[in-house]
Ligand binder design. Structure first.
Ligand SMILES: [Zn+2]
Length: 437
């Protein structure tokens, strides 16, 4: 079983961590093989036995698993009896059917420990008078459970479950409770800040010191901050902390005090970057698909799980002093990659350009394939400005950033929002991919 003990994993030399990773992976593999029907069947079929693994480098000889594998065989991933399950989360289902993510009591305690360890490394004082949750906390969509226990029970700080409710109510609770930090998605915090400003209140007067943000990238290629991050910092006057994680992994990986990438707790999670087309491992610094392996998971082990996220890994000591590897900017999801007039890009690149243009009240991006088989994007803008003015501004900005002139049209805010906030969806969906239908 996982070695936790009292080792300072964040500063351990890389050769020592490899031994620990190997022992933990050996346990994880053995556990999955013996207890999860999915892994047992997969490995038997491929004639793989846990004892075949001789070093951590041998992980690349194991098959990768996809989101589809997990979705289609969800219950077969379970590696503990149901009465040993402590909690279940589900993915929000924006990119397919929801996946249930099971945690045992040990898994949950471990995730809380990882969470507290990362939060403390940022300096306890930075969290101020506690953390206010502005994310959903119902319907099994619960990104905050480990944070809540880490904050309240391990760090001894208040944790306020405000939730993803109306902006009026969120403002009132922030004013009444005066937390020092918030936990939100970047776009919801931007919308809330703009709403507060429209009420004649400066969001900075709420004295939020730190915003812990997940669900959307805040950095782009070269770890360059996106416009979204800059806008949030200006609006709230706070430190913005980016987190990278997936519901499937459950534990988050957050930025350090040096803001130099998302640190991975390497004794508990192994990250590989592979070529999304060939599956071949890629070296640090090269962009590819993020593949994660849990080294501690009891209830639902993930062994070489392909996230579809495109990013790159930095290794070696960070400016913050930690030796843990870092997942850098998530450039986009593999399936969303666009090739417009020979230029490759992600929808996030277009969104970053759109956000630079003033006067936009809503937007939507559609990708489709025309009669000649060419990929096309259409950007639909809602704005109070003259249609010709906003269209030419958006076209010019996107052209300047990506070298591509997109099709830009204008619609009412109601019409745009009706597509962005579709009924039954918990997340705004600004990118509509019509290429696969
Ligand atoms: Zn660091």
């Amino acid at each position: 079983m996982l070695e936790t003990g009292h080792i300072d994993y964040d500063h351990i030399p890389s050769d020592e961590i490899k031994e620990i990773q190997y022992r933990n992976l050996s346990w994880q593999l053995e556990h999955a093989y013996n207890n999860s029907p999915f892994y047992n069947r997969l490995y038997k079929k491929l004639d793989i036995y846990p004892s075949d693994l001789k070093s951590i480098g041998d992980i690349t000889s194991l098959p990768s698993i996809s989101r589809e594998d997990l979705s289609e065989n969800n219950f077969e991933f379970l590696a503990v009896p149901r009465d040993k399950v402590a909690d279940v989360s589900r993915t929000s289902g924006t990119t397919g059917n929801s996946i249930y993510v099971y945690l045992s009591h040990k898994d949950l305690r471990h995730a809380c420990w990882l969470c507290a360890r990362q939060y403390v490394s940022l300096g306890v004082e930075g969290w101020g008078a506690g953390l206010a949750l502005l994310l959903p906390a119902d319907e099994l969509i619960n990104p905050s459970l480990a944070q809540e226990i880490a904050f309240r029970d391990m760090m001894g700080l208040p944790f306020y479950r405000i939730g993803a409710i109306s902006r009026d109510k969120q403002l009132k609770y922030l004013q009444d409770l005066a937390p020092g930090s918030v936990d939100a998605t970047p776009s919801s915090l931007l919308t809330l800040g703009e709403f507060i400003k429209s009420k004649g209140i400066d969001p900075r007067s709420l004295n939020i010191l730190r915003a812990h943000l997940l669900g959307q990238p805040l950095y782009g290629a070269g770890w360059k901050p996106l416009v979204l991050k800059t806008k949030l910092e200006e609006l709230w006057g706070c430190e913005v902390i980016s987190a990278y994680g997936t519901t499937e992994l459950f534990s988050g990986n957050i930025e350090c005090s040096a803001h130099a990438g998302h640190h991975i707790p390497h004794e508990s999670v192994l990250v590989e970057i592979i070529d999304p087309d060939t599956g071949k491992p890629l070296p640090p610094g090269m962009s590819g698909e993020v593949v994660i392996t849990t080294l501690y998971r009891e209830a639902m082990p993930l062994i070489r799980y392909r996230t579809k996220d495109i990013s790159w890994l930095e290794i070696g000591p960070c400016a913050c002093g930690a030796t843990t590897p870092r997942v850098m900017a998530v450039l986009g999801r593999k399936d969303d990659f666009l090739k417009i007039k020979g230029t490759g890009m992600f929808p996030g690149d277009l969104e970053n350009s759109i956000m630079k243009v003033d006067g936009i009240t809503g937007y939507l991006i559609k990708a489709y394939i025309d009669e000649s088989g060419q990929e096309l994007v259409e950007i639909i803008i809602a704005s109070g400005l003259e249609p010709e003015t906003i269209v030419s501004r958006v076209k010019a900005q996107v052209k300047a950033d990506t070298m591509v002139t997109p099709k830009v049209t204008v619609d009412s805010m109601e019409a745009v929002n009706a597509q962005v906030f579709s009924p039954g969806s918990r997340k705004p969906r600004r990118f509509h991919d019509l290429r696969k239908r």
